[in-house]
Design a protein around this ligand. Structure first.
Ligand SMILES: *Cc1c(COP(=O)(O)O)cnc(C)c1O
Length: 281
């Protein structure tokens, strides 16, 4: 059981963890966050996530009230205190207790720990179905707490038998609501959008793994039509790892089955995770 969160520098029992209602996160949805896994009581790729969290904060002109080193120490303190082998860690930085309901003040820094629920195993076996949706994320490089569109269209996705969305803008694909997107073309090249997407940590690690495995990886603008000509496709995120995609807008991608390359990249990524955790213990 998760007993503690780390709120504004203090280990705080979960039942006592609270923010005042005037927080700009409530008033205006102003804040940033990050999310990553912890395995064996160690935070996975923590330096990458903490760096991104600071970058998101700075894009919203919010100052994290401690150093990156201090934040990593607080995360480890929380993990040690809760003593769970597997967990998810969520960092949140809000606009703080505004007095005019608009101007950011002293940000609140929350470190939450959740029990980690793995994504359902059968999704990796059968692959998932996506629908395209015309949407441009605001400040795409920042991991803000604004998921209005992603949440609002969940019902529409379900009603249409889909598992996830692929955002595109001007015929150029971007990413899913909480995951990055990759395709593998008929020649076996791996292609993923580069501009105006969240710089996913899983995305970055999977690109590393792919190059180690001898794949050619292109990071560039990707046209919507390329998705329909692809041999394979997959999404990446901290929660999902490498999740194969087998259909887009009701049309099969490649054979309509989970591709061999996607599977290999998924295993390669999990091996990298193992190596990281083993090196840390
Ligand atoms: C969190 C997120 C991702 C995935 O990033 P990871 O660091 O791999 O978890 C991709 N796109 C969006 C919009 C996200 O919020």
């Amino acid at each position: 059981m998760i007993q503690y969160y780390h709120i504004n520098g203090e280990l705080t029992p979960v039942a006592e963890a609270q923010l005042h209602v005037t927080d700009l996160a409530i008033m205006r949805g102003y804040g940033v966050f990050d999310y990553f896994r912890a395995l064996g009581g160690r935070a996975l790729f923590v330096e990458d996530y903490v760096r991104r969290f600071f970058n998101s904060a700075s894009l919203l002109q919010l100052e994290v009230p401690c150093s990156q080193e201090e934040l990593k120490e607080r995360i480890q303190t929380l993990l040690d205190q809760n003593g769970e082998e597997k967990a998810g860690i969520r960092l949140i930085l809000t606009g703080g207790y505004t007095t005019d309901s608009y101007t950011p003040v002293k940000p609140n820094l929350l470190i939450l720990q959740h029990l980690y629920a793995s994504y359902p195993a059968e999704a990796y076996e059968r692959g998932i179905k996506m629908l395209t949706y015309d949407y441009r994320r605001e400040l795409p490089v920042a991991k803000t707490i604004n998921y209005v569109t992603g949440i609002r269209i969940q019902k529409w996705l379900k009603e249409n038998g889909a598992d996830a969305v692929l955002y595109y803008d001007n015929d150029t694909i971007k990413e899913s609501d909480r995951s990055n997107f990759f395709l593998i073309d008929q020649s076996g090249k791996i292609i993923t959008p580069k501009e105006e997407v969240l710089p996913g940590i899983t995305r970055m690690k999977v690109i590393e793994v792919a190059r180690e495995l001898g794949f050619t990886v292109e990071e560039r603008a990707v046209k919507l039509e390329e998705v329909f000509e692809a041999k394979e496709a997959f999404m990446t995120s901290s929660i999902k790892g490498v999740l194969p995609v087998v259909s887009m807008d009701g049309k099969a991608i490649g054979s309509g089955q989970v591709g061999e390359n996607s599977r290999q990249l998924g295993l390669g990524f999990e091996a990298l995770v193992e190596r990281y955790i083993m090196a840390k213990v």
